[in-house]
Design a protein around this ligand. Structure first.
Ligand code: ATP
Length: 133
């Protein structure tokens, strides 16, 4: 089965650098599946899971927004933050989810509500990815 090189990079450094048979990511216009030979493109990413299929296994990465670029020989994901499923600190994500939910329950400025909503989505995404979803 053919493969394509995949790089996931964040401001803190590289998170993933390997080959995959297929990459599935959540873009702002929906889920996108990329196979080797996909046409070059750039797409903005949502907070969501990136799934990397190789042979019969799937590696999951929690990504908090950013961009995906497809080139003929490589897929690059530039993410605000990204964690491999096995590196996710579940207790930390549960605490972050709780804090965000509390902030959303309090009456606050719109800007704070938006920030809390994004924090909640990041935490829930990390919990889903850690669970293998
Ligand atoms: P928190 O409130 O727990 O910091 P956050 O959503 O505000 O969560 P981010 O700003 O998205 O955190 O990420 C800051 C850094 O911490 C990034 O390097 C990110 O990969 C890492 N990180 C955040 N939450 C977790 C987690 N639950 N497990 C592992 N790494 C995490």
């Amino acid at each position: 089965m053919s493969t394509i090189k995949v790089n996931i990079v964040t401001p803190d450094g590289p998170v993933y650098d390997s080959d995959a048979n297929m990459i599935i990511a959540v873009t702002t216009t929906g889920e996108l599946g990329i196979l080797p030979g996909h046409i070059p493109m750039v797409a903005p990413l949502e907070i969501g899971a990136v799934r990397l299929n190789k042979d019969s296994s799937t590696e999951r990465v929690a990504v908090s927004g950013g961009f995906l670029e497809v080139r003929p020989d490589q897929v690059t994901i530039l993410a605000q933050s990204a964690e491999l499923a096995e590196d996710i600190d579940t207790a930390r994500a549960i605490e972050a989810k709780k804090r965000a939910e509390e902030r959303l329950q309090q009456k606050q400025e719109d800007l704070d509500a938006k920030r809390a909503e994004l924090a909640l989505r990041r935490a829930m995404n990390r919990l889903d990815v850690a669970k293998g979803k």
